[in-house]
Design a protein around this ligand. Structure first.
Ligand code: ZN
Length: 96
């Protein structure tokens, strides 16, 4: 059984969160203390992190496709690829 280092609440392994303080020390904390420290609850935090990762890969993929289209099909397709990349970026950052 783990203990929250802030409020001392007993935690099940799956509910224990590792939080780094500004000095870089790691603490085991509960969801409530995580929310207090970060200003968002853990689900929202994890969701945003996951979303940012997905956006990054989607944009990366579009950029690669754009470069490929530019080399293989010429500037017109390359330009379309850039527009597509921007659209993907806008839509995935709006989907929060
Ligand atoms: Zn706590």
């Amino acid at each position: 059984m783990l203990k929250c280092s802030k409020c001392g609440k007993a935690l099940a392994d799956k509910d224990a969160l590792v939080h780094k303080d500004p000095e870089g020390n790691q603490h085991i904390i509960c969801h409530d203390c995580f929310k207090e420290a970060m200003g968002v609850d853990y689900q929202t935090f994890a969701f945003r992190k996951e979303n940012a990762k997905q956006t990054f890969f989607a944009v990366l993929f579009c950029l690669a496709a754009t470069i490929y289209a530019f080399m293989e099909k010429g500037p017109l397709y390359g330009g379309l690829g850039i527009i597509l990349t921007i659209l993907v970026y806008i839509f995935s950052s709006k989907a929060k």
